[in-house]
Design a protein around this ligand. Structure first.
Ligand code: FEO
Length: 400
């Protein structure tokens, strides 16, 4: 049965949520699921903005049929080719063979690469192009690398509506209301949104900044992303989050301590440091990298102003889970953080130097204090080094 939600006159939400999915892109754990959004504008012409993932295909096609109410589908705007939004593309063409596909050259090429698609009935648009569909004008804004190179957005100036593709989306299934002002966004969705941002587009801060500059020139009253709630109020609050995130600035002042421990001694050092910092009044969090998914660790590292990496030496290198975290941070252009290190090893400790090598290769990273070196377990001298490190972090934390 159809479940079409009217957003406002002549604009409908046709998407749905997948609560069975475990890993987004077969990589990122999303225990709260995800929504795949699609929108229909019923003007003199009917315009569908993107399709959906196969997970909700049946619901989507029922919604589309219901919302069209017997009308033809005139246009399909494809903003982003990634299969979570285009996997039902061919099925849509089978049902609506007269539809004209409005998209850009890169999307069109990708559609041919992904599908047995001949490229017929495609209307190619360029940045800044406009087309009238009746009372509304579609104005096309390109947003390369947010999150793939072919991504574009559509702006409807008459009503200030922005179809923003992946930008301003979030993980988390929708249920009941689809509006950000009704779903307790900060409480229920902000953690999902942060995880979505850093894992999906976090690498492309420069390109996100370009999109924010374009957005600042628009009168935006309604934002329709491809995942998560629709924004019709207080969008400036969310824009500010994107501004902080895409500049790689810390969202909060605090210390995130990541430890990779084999028998618990490196953990012990991390916990002692955390307690010393907390006693000094510094907000501190501790993460076991062996038992926390790297996609979650990545987000927490970006979130805080100061980070500490504590690792055992393993196989003559960095303990693998820590190495994976540091590699993922590097891949996402982690930068602009203060960092400190704790190294452990029982006969040939060298993980400190190796972690230092990885971190110093990142942009605007500032080391704090001396690397705490420990042999096997925390003893009196290690505790003194941890105290010295806590003092150094506190000095930086409170004086800068
Ligand atoms: Fe939601 Fe980049 O796809």
């Amino acid at each position: 049965m159809q479940n079409v939600i009217e957003i406002q006159k002549d604009l409908y939400y046709l998407g749905g949520s997948d609560r069975r999915i475990k890993l987004f892109e077969n990589h990122i754990p999303i225990p709260r699921g995800v929504s795949y959004n699609s929108y229909l504008l019923t003007d003199e012409k009917t315009v569908l903005f993107d399709t959906v993932d196969t997970a909700i295909a049946e619901q989507f096609f029922e919604n589309l049929e219901g919302a069209l109410g017997g009308r033809e589908l005139d246009y399909l705007v494809v903003h982003h080719m990634e299969p979570d939004h285009s996997a039902t593309f061919l099925r849509l063409l089978e049902r609506y063979p007269k539809v004209t596909i409005v998209t850009n050259q890169k999307v069109a090429a990708m559609l041919k690469n992904f599908f047995p698609f001949s490229g017929e009935n495609v209307l190619l648009v360029k940045e800044g192009d406009t087309m009238s569909v009746g009372k509304h004008t579609l104005s096309f804004i390109f947003a390369p690398m947010v999150h793939w190179p072919e991504v574009m957005m559509t702006y409807l100036p008459e009503e200030g509506i922005l179809f923003s593709a992946d930008a301003f989306g979030t993980f988390g299934a929708l249920g009941g209301s689809i509006f950000a002002d009704e779903v307790r966004f900060e409480e229920e969705f902000l953690a999902d949104a942060r995880k979505y941002y850093f894992n999906i587009v976090g690498k492309y801060g420069f390109q996100v900044q370009n999109v924010l500059k374009k957005a600042s020139a628009l009168d935006i009253r309604l934002v329709c992303p491809l995942h998560g709630p629709v924004w019709r109020e207080n969008f400036a609050w969310y824009l500010n989050k994107y501004d902080i995130w895409s500049k790689y600035e810390p969202e909060e002042r605090g210390v995130a301590i990541f430890y990779a421990s084999i028998y618990g001694h490196t953990q012990n050092a991390a916990e002692i440091l955390a307690a010393k910092l907390a006693k000094k009044g510094i907000y501190t969090k501790v993460y076991d990298v062996s038992n926390t998914h790297v996609c979650d660790l990545l987000v927490e590292a970006f979130r805080y102003s100061h980070v500490v990496f504590a690792s055992s030496t393993h196989n003559n290198g960095i303990f693998l889970c820590m190495e994976t975290l540091l590699s993922d941070l590097k891949a996402h252009f982690f930068q602009k953080r203060k960092y400190a290190l704790i190294e452990n090893g029982s006969w040939a400790p060298q993980t400190g130097a190796l972690m230092e090598e990885m971190l110093s290769g990142m942009k605007e990273m500032q080391p704090i204090g001396e690397t705490v070196k420990m042999i096997s377990s925390v003893k009196g001298e290690t505790a003194e080094r941890l105290s010295a490190l806590a003092d150094a972090i506190a000095r930086d934390f409170f004086e800068n």
